[in-house]
Structures are given as C-alpha cells and as structure tokens.
Design a binder for this molecule. Structure first.
Ligand SMILES: C[S@@+](CC[C@H](N)C(=O)[O-])C[C@H]1O[C@@H](n2cnc3c(N)ncnc32)[C@H](O)[C@@H]1O
Length: 230
C-alpha cells in the first residue's frame, strides 16, 4: 500500500477539522492508502472502486493492519447504485477522476459524488498533473527513489490527454524485479474543474497548488488540489 506523505496527512487533518468531517467515502480507494490513514485518524470511512482487483488488494491490506472498513465495488459515475448513506466528505484522490474521458461522464460523476454529500459536505480531488508539471522538462521523472523501491514516469502528452508509462523497480535484499504499467488519462486543469463542478451543482470551489493550501499557480504548482463544497 502506498504511504501517504506527512504533508498530505497534515492537509487532510486541517481540511477535515475545518469542515468538521466525521465520516467519508473514498470513491476510488485503490489499494486503500487513504482508508488506512483516515481510519487511523478516527474518521468513519467507507471505500469503493471500479476494479475488483484493487478492492481485493485493499481488503487484504486493511485486514493485515487489523482495520475493518466497508468496501464495495462501484463506478463513481453511479455511486447511488451501491451507497444509500451520505457523507461529510467524498474523496477522489491521485488523479482517479482523469480516467473518465468525456465531459458528459465527468459531469455525471461529479453529480453522483455531490449527491452522496451531506449539506455542507466537501469533495476532495488531488492530482500531480499541473500546468507546471506538464512542461517538457518533466517528461521523464524519477518520482520515488527509496532504499528498496524506485518509480520512474515517462509521459507522452497529446491533445488533452496524457499517457503515463510507469516503471516500478523493486531492489531490496529480498525482492529484485521490475514492473511496467501504462495509463491513458485526460488532462483536467483548474478552469475545467471549476466549470465541470459548477455544472454539477457545487457552490464554492477552492483550488490549491499544494498540501500547504497555497493558491494554485500555473507557473509553479506541483499539485492541483480541489476542495469543492456541496
Ligand atoms: C491512480 S489510482 C488511485 C488510487 C487511490 N485513490 C490512491 O490514491 O492510491 C486510480 C483508481 O481509480 C479507479 N477508478 C478508475 N475509474 C473508476 C471509476 N469509473 N469508478 C471508480 N473507480 C475508478 C481505479 O480502479 C484505480 O483504483
């Protein structure tokens, strides 16, 4: 399971405190890093993901840690088909929303996420794709380089989309192997988020450029973080 950085944790604590978040749905939970962190922080969390394989890995990861979380298979365009309850926060983290490629699908997903929020609830979206990181000089990037594990991204950017080729290298005494993976995702930036989320009915849309909640800056931001209020 990917570790959540201390900066991201501090950001989530700060936003959850400000909005008095007691329960949350991670609607693209993947292998469960945010479910793990939030349950440790005392938030009642539920998780869903489109992929059965991701959910299986998530359930294994959480049970190894002794954490009991309700998880369900769900497409985040149609959350109402599996979740009847409402939440103080819905999370869609680490570029998950960019797996949708059309305007119609994105508005459908944002409406579905909004419908799962209590009044005053918030949607949180995070991604590492920004005006700044899309520059050609970051096309080839060593994004993780730990003692046991390194991850390299090489990006091909086209008309409104990017293909991220991911090379994972495991290099410990116990494991020595490489894995490759590719994702083809839509490039969604600040103005498009504002327009999509407004169309989906969100009222206040805040866009930050980092976990320190600095304003999003096209010239220098490494992250694009959305906190949208129902
Ligand atoms: C980059 S991973 C991020 C996982 C996790 N949020 C994290 O931060 O590690 C993207 C996730 O989005 C999920 N996903 C993609 N399209 C989806 C959809 N339509 N509905 C729900 N989950 C989806 C994928 O299965 C995958 O687990």
């Amino acid at each position: 399971m990917t570790d959540i950085s201390e900066k991201e944790e501090a950001f989530l604590v700060s936003v959850f405190t400000e909005y008095k978040v007691k329960n949350a749905l991670d609607c693209a939970c993947g292998t469960g890093p945010h479910l793990y962190l939030l349950s440790k922080l005392g938030v009642r969390v539920c998780g869903s993901d489109y992929s059965d394989a991701m959910l299986k890995a998530c359930e294994e990861n959480l049970s190894q840690e002794g954490i009991d979380v309700i998880t369900k298979q769900a497409d985040f365009r149609y959350l109402e088909e599996v979740w009847v309850e409402k939440f103080d926060a819905v999370l869609c983290m680490t570029q998950s929303i960019a797996h949708l490629h059309t305007h119609e699908d994105l508005v459908t997903a944002f409406k579905s996420m909004r419908e799962r929020l209590n009044d005053g609830g918030i949607l949180i979206i995070t991604q590492g794709t920004t005006h700044f990181t899309l520059q050609d000089r970051f096309r080839f990037d060593l994004v993780v380089n730990n003692q046991d594990f390194s991850r390299v991204f090489s990006r091909d950017i086209g008309e409104g989309f990017q293909t991220i080729n991911i090379l994972d290298i495991y290099h410990s005494d116990k494991v020595s192997k490489m894995e490759t993976n590719s994702v083809h995702i839509k490039i969604i930036l600040d103005d498009e988020y504002k327009s999509l989320l407004t169309e989906a009915g969100f009222s206040q849309i805040n866009i930050y450029g980092g976990y320190d909640m600095s304003p999003y800056d096209k010239e220098s931001s490494w992250k694009l973080i959305v906190v949208a209020e129902r």
